[in-house]
Design a protein around this ligand. Sequence first.
Ligand SMILES: NC(=O)c1ccc[n+]([C@@H]2O[C@H](COP(=O)([O-])OP(=O)(O)OC[C@H]3O[C@@H](n4cnc5c(N)ncnc54)[C@H](O)[C@@H]3O)[C@@H](O)[C@H]2O)c1
Length: 252
Amino acid sequence: MGNQELKGHTAIVTGAAQGIGKAIALELASRGAGLALVDIKAEALNETADEIRKATGARVLPRVLDITKQAEVEAFVAEVEKEFGGIQILVNNAGIHPLHKIEDISEEEWDLVMAVNLKAMFFLSKAVLPGMRKRKYGRIINLSSEAGKHGGTVAACSYAASKGGVLAFTRNLAQQVGIDNITANNICPGRIVTAMANAAGAAENQKFIDNSILKRIGDPEDVAFAAAYLASPRARFITGESMMVNGGTMRD
Ligand SMILES: NC(=O)c1ccc[n+]([C@@H]2O[C@H](COP(=O)([O-])OP(=O)(O)OC[C@H]3O[C@@H](n4cnc5c(N)ncnc54)[C@H](O)[C@@H]3O)[C@@H](O)[C@H]2O)c1
């Protein structure tokens, strides 16, 4: 159990059923935060919620939600505000990464990638802001990617474009919300062992390891530790920043 610096804080984490989102949720709960978790995978989400409750004793509210639907996002945020009495932390983590070359990407697939990876971030951020502004406190953490910075090695162009959009969205958001003591930051993970990274294949993952300084692929916890810091009151003078969590594969 980490220190309890997030006691009394409530965090929304999207895409929390598995992978990086699950690790972030567990880390925030172990530091004392209450959780409202969303995903479209009902069974995995409920299992994750149970696991986190057992491990940390945290209050966890799991909700099956497609974050590309604005009205449903608004209703969910209103429910969390009511149930928990406020939202201090928003982690926009859910993302999809269909691995197609440009010739094989349909208009529908392009639109879906943009909707899940970028537009939903706008919906969630917009919905939590009135409460955060009123309480003069907030931490918004958006998952981008190395691909959002350099275009990626295996990434689809739709994915890279959406993650580049996340970087610009977050920097702009930071400027708009800082006046109310709300910070907005990006995390850019390198290759992290999850279902998404496994789809890239062993050979591509080995290339990542060869290029890294720390000579390994990342664990979801590596990203969770960074997210927990950015979500904490201690990260109070950091905003509009993007933190690379990549073992030193790319430095800027
Ligand atoms: N794994 C990596 O190597 C890596 C690298 C860079 C960035 N990222 C980013 O980190 C984030 C998490 O990645 P991951 O590897 O844990 O992925 P993952 O595929 O393991 O998990 C993503 C989760 O998002 C959920 N989701 C998808 N569409 C949704 C929707 N419409 N509404 C609600 N939930 C939805 C999925 O059901 C899934 O549980 C993503 O934004 C991803 O782009 C991952």
